[in-house]
Every structure is written in C-alpha cells, then in structure tokens.
Write a protein that binds this ligand. Structure first.
Ligand SMILES: [Zn+2]
Length: 57
C-alpha cells in the first residue's frame, strides 16, 4: 500500500481539496487557510470531511 489521497471538504469555506493520507507537512485550505491535514508521523489527521477516497497506484 503506497497510501491514498483523500478529497477533503474544508469546514469553513466548503472548498474541496485533494490531500495525501500520509502528508508529512501540514496542509492548509488553498482558499481560506484552514488546516485540513496535520502530520502525525503516520496517517495524517484530516480536519475536514472526506468526500472521496482516491487510491494511489
Ligand atoms: Zn477553506
């Protein structure tokens, strides 16, 4: 398993953004700057609602 990408809806502005499930750096919403993913060393903690899972190849 190489990890997956997730489409996450921003809780503040409803922008949808693709986030890597094992993001090593904090990922912020491109529209409002709300943190969407926080790195934990393994699976990132996703702050928004996951609307779609995109399997990586
Ligand atoms: Zn946002």
């Amino acid at each position: 398993m190489a990890g997956s990408f997730y489409k996450v809806a921003c809780p503040d502005c409803e922008n949808e953004q693709i986030v890597f499930g094992k993001a090593a750096t904090e990922v912020a919403c491109e529209v409002c700057g709300h943190t969407l993913a926080r790195p934990t060393g393994g699976e990132a903690v996703l702050e928004g609602e996951v609307t779609e899972t995109v399997e990586a190849r």
